[in-house]
Design a protein around this ligand. Structure first.
Ligand SMILES: Nc1ncnc2c1ncn2[C@@H]1O[C@H](COP(=O)(O)OP(=O)(O)OP(=O)(O)O)[C@@H](O)[C@H]1O
Ligand SMILES: [Mn+2]
Length: 524
């Protein structure tokens, strides 16, 4: 009996020990599984989640890279050079895309987006830190309006760069080849600055045809405001000519994101903001002509219309709801007194007439003449035009009558893609005539071609990376900046661009302008 009870107790304790052991093993197993799962969920580049920040990108150079002839260059690009059309591209030489991860990060981590910059010479920067001689000169030439800014620059350009306000660092970072470096964290700071800083003053901006406001912030920062006039989904009326269409604030924002995704960096940073039409415009403006146009609508919304050529009337008011108004804010470029710009008429400019056709619409060989005409006869200007045609076709922008360049750089520089307000008007129709430059010239930068092909692949799909990029804009919490219909139009149009390029490559040996030729640098 005693023995049985002793035997029973020891069996019970053995069972207890076994149970504890099994429990401990299960807990260990659970901890292990959790940690493995968690690791699998961490995106390939852990990052800050701030808008537009490009994680893991603060270092400007990648390990294996090619230096290229006209200024730009790539890693392991040769793998790509041999590839035919988008759908046939192999994954050779490509970073694996984590199916659950960020496609935008995967795109921006790709070697084609981490091309090594050429070494910058002093005169490749638009502005330079000043010395006392420059200051003297400026005192003599500056206009009254600019004096404040010049005074500010004079006293600040010599101090440590970190103390410069973001807008000034943006200006100081403009180079011969691009407006900003895509991986520069400054981009985040400048958009954050203009989307959050107190608005000190508002005046109407002259030039152009539609209402635009110039907003001033502390530390002399400035931004160009375009207001929301219609809902995101409102498609342009089919009976409206391109030159009568409303400008859209979300088009300005989306164009900036698209330009950056295409790898161009030719549009100044644009960000959305919700402004209070009374406390942030009416109460602070010193523009009496603007102030006179404020009124309260029948439903109690505060509205205004300003003074301009198109749509500045009581019938076309810009209204808060009742006070909040969605706007786009574009970072201002350096003042023209500091960095004069040249405006160029686009060879493929439309006629801006209801009845007349432009020369390029009548002459299929139009490009032959353009190719022989300066500045398109040498350097990268012609391929820059092609890049712009691709950008405009993707976003349906028919309003590219002019483009600008910085005078300082002569013809050896990039083209600014300003004024994108008439883009993204229609998603249900594509406008093939915007691709006329590409179709007629059959010329494209290799780096552009390869990036376009990359974005036609599911892992880097253009609509997906655009959606993700636009989601980082402050206005995305109200409503996505572009509707799904506009996003899928991007994919459809990209396929059309690639088709045109495919045909070009079949017909012409010189269709691809090789900006990626060069020698590999061994990883260090
Ligand atoms: N970010 C910017 N920084 C400095 N200047 C700018 C900026 N954006 C536009 N501008 C200047 O302001 C002018 C007018 O801007 P924009 O072209 O956007 O206006 P618009 O009313 O749409 O013009 P248009 O009627 O000619 O199409 C431009 O030609 C350009 O020179
Ligand atoms: Mn315009």
């Amino acid at each position: 009996m005693l023995r049985r009870s002793v035997g029973g107790r020891s069996t019970r304790s053995i069972c207890l020990v076994l149970a504890c052991l099994s429990l401990a093993l299960h807990i260990l197993l659970a901890i292990f599984c959790l940690s493995v799962l968690q690791t699998a969920c961490v995106p390939p580049h852990s990052s800050s989640s701030s808008p537009l920040h490009d994680p893991g990108s603060t270092s400007r150079q990648t390990k294996s890279s090619v230096i290229i002839s006209n200024g730009i260059f790539a890693n392991n690009a040769t793998e790509w050079e041999k590839e035919p059309t988008g759908d046939k591209i192999s994954t050779k030489g490509m970073r694996e895309v984590d199916p659950g991860g960020s496609k935008l990060e995967a795109l921006f981590s790709h070697p084609l987006y981490n091309l090594q910059r050429p070494e910058m010479q002093e005169d490749d920067w638009l502005l330079r830190v000043k010395n006392s001689e420059d200051e003297e000169e400026e005192r003599d030439t500056g206009g009254e309006e600019e004096e404040d800014i010049l005074e500010y620059l004079k006293t600040n350009w010599t101090v440590a760069a970190e103390t410069h306000p973001p807008w000034l660092r943006f200006h100081l970072g403009i180079s011969r080849w691009e407006l900003y470096h895509r991986t520069d964290p400054l981009l985040d700071q400048v958009t954050h600055y203009i989307s959050t800083q107190r608005i000190l003053n508002v005046v109407q901006k002259r030039g152009g045809t539609q209402l635009k406001l110039l907003m001033s912030f502390p530390n002399h920062g400035e931004a160009l405001l375009k207001p929301m006039r219609q809902t995101r989904d409102a498609e342009t009326d089919v009976n409206l000519f391109y030159f009568s269409d409303f400008e859209r604030h979300n088009a300005e924002i989306s164009a900036f994101h698209l330009d950056r995704i295409l790898g161009f960096q030719r549009i100044p940073p644009v960000v959305g903001r919700l402004v209070d039409v009374v406390s942030e415009i009416k109460d602070v403006t010193t523009d009496k002509k603007l102030l006179r146009t404020f009124f309260t609508s029948p439903v109690g919304n505060t509205c205004f219309y300003g003074q301009c050529e198109y749509y500045c009337s009581t019938e076309n008011p810009v209204c808060g709801g009742p006070l909040a108004l969605e706007v786009s804010l574009a970072t201002m470029l350096p003042d023209l007194t500091l960095a004069p710009r040249r405006s160029w008429r686009s060879p493929w400019r439309r006629s801006y007439s209801r009845t007349k056709l432009a020369q390029w619409e009548k002459d299929p060989a139009f490009c032959d003449g353009v190719k022989q005409t300066p500045p398109y006869d040498e350097g990268t200007r012609l391929v820059d035009l092609m890049d712009m045609a691709v950008l405009d076709f993707l976003m349906g922008n028919m309003d590219r009558h002019h483009y600008e360049t910085f005078e300082k750089f002569g013809n050896k520089t990039f083209m600014l893609h300003l004024d994108n307000g008439r883009a993204f008007g229609r998603h249900s129709r594509d406008e093939p005539s915007i691709l006329a430059p590409l179709r007629q010239c059959c010329r494209i930068r290799r780096s552009t071609l390869l990036r376009l092909r990359l974005m036609s692949r599911p892992g880097f799909r253009l609509s997906d990376v655009m959606r993700e990029s636009l989601d980082r804009d402050p206005l995305a919490v109200i409503q996505p900046l572009l509707s799904e219909a506009h996003l899928s139009a991007l994919d459809r149009r990209l396929a059309m661009v690639l088709q045109v390029l495919h045909t070009c490559q079949d017909l012409h040996d010189d269709a691809v302008y090789d900006d990626l030729e060069g020698h590999y640098e061994e990883p260090d």
